[in-house]
Design a protein around this ligand. Structure first.
Ligand code: UT7
Length: 326
């Protein structure tokens, strides 16, 4: 069985906030943000919700795939910012789409989430019992940012991306997902965290509601990314029976342009193979890879038969890569 992506979609909130806009509400500058990260703007949810963005991206992906919601067997949403603890984002999207035959659940692997979800969906489809899957990465990160902390809040944005996967009979062309690799290192989790509510009830010493926001040791995350991403890419490419030279497009998690440049250098590959959209989107965690994939797909930048690497890294720590033939 070949597992192919047959449709993609994405959605961004209407409100575009530039670096210059941020410089009016905090002590930062377009020069600092652009030179350190490559980010020029991001879209922030004002009226939008994670569910609304995810549903819009999913509808576009289904439309492109020419798949009806009832045909979906599996929906997996990767997110750290679902609108509710319960029900999960996937069930909310299932309901909004009317995808009544799908099993729907969420997955949290932070910025690597889409890669992990893609792998789980692939395994559902591989044995032929499930035929169609919808994989979503969706975030409204702006609600978990500390807007007093300029070192983190300027980096992130909101949005959603989605892909429809189909189990197809093998054609001998060798298309679809060839390999997936993931890794995790919980012992380094402190460098990028956002706490949940603490245990608090009438029997604990303190009984209070506290909200926690994202905190990050940027330099440690940077070092982790530039070392680990090339390694996981090489591993996934080797598992696919290919060399990095044979890859046409590397679609990386959009956290920082300098990280992407460093990965390209370490892989000895030209930057032309590494498209970016962080300039306009910032870092959208689990949504960044599927949004970039949709951008490239819809602008005709990926041709049938081309070889693509998708790669993510982030909190956990977690990392993952996939190799596919379009
Ligand atoms: O998906 C998760 C992935 N996360 C990442 O990939 C993050 C990886 N790390 C990075 O991208 C970079 O480490 C950052 C962009 C976060 C930071 O860049 P940096 O070159 O490591 O800067 P820094 O943290 O060392 O800060 C340098 C200076 C500090 O001032 P002093 O102490 O040198 O006077 C900061 O206070 O920049 C200051 N600074 C800012 N200045 C203006 C920090 N944030 C800002 C800001 N505007 N927004």
């Amino acid at each position: 069985m070949e597992i192919r992506i047959i449709g993609t979609g994405s959605a961004l909130p209407a409100r575009r906030v530039t670096n210059e806009d941020l410089s009016h509400i905090m002590d930062t500058s377009d020069e600092w943000i652009k030179s350190r990260t490559g980010i020029r703007a991001r879209h922030l949810a004002v009226e939008e919700t994670t569910t609304g963005l995810a549903t819009e991206a999913a509808k576009k992906a289904l439309h492109q795939a020419d798949v009806q919601p009832e045909e979906l067997d599996v929906i997996i949403a990767a997110t750290v910012t679902a609108d509710k603890f319960l029900p999960n984002l996937s069930c909310e999207v299932q309901s909004a789409l009317g995808a009544k035959n799908a099993v729907a659940f969420d997955l949290n692997a932070a910025c690597s989430g889409f890669l992990f979800a893609l792998d789980v969906a692939r395994r559902y489809l591989e044995d032929g019992t499930h035929k169609k899957a919808l994989v979503i990465g969706a975030e409204t990160l702006s609600k978990i940012m500390d807007w007093q902390d300029r070192s983190t809040c300027v980096l992130f944005g909101d949005g959603a991306g989605a892909a429809v996967l189909s189990a197809c009979e093998e054609t001998g062309e060798k298309r679809g997902i060839l390999s997936t690799v993931q890794g995790s290192d919980g012992s380094r989790g402190e460098v990028l965290r956002c706490d949940n509510r603490p245990v608090s009830n009438p029997y604990t010493a303190k009984y209070e509601n506290t909200l926690s926001y994202v905190s990050m040791n940027g330099q440690e995350v940077y070092k982790f990314a530039v070392k680990t991403v090339p390694e996981v890419i090489k591993e996934a490419v080797a598992a696919a029976g290919l060399t990095v030279e044979e890859i046409d497009h590397f679609l990386l998690h959009q956290a920082n342009y300098r990280i992407i440049e460093s990965v390209a250098k370490r892989l000895h590959q030209p930057m032309e193979k590494f498209p970016t959209n962080l300039e306009e989107c910032g870092n959208i965690s689990a949504a960044s890879v599927p949004i970039l994939l949709d951008n490239e797909n819809n602008h005709g930048m990926i041709k049938k038969g081309e070889k693509i690497v998708l790669a993510g890294f982030g909190a956990g720590l977690t990392w993952g890569a996939a190799v596919l033939v379009w």
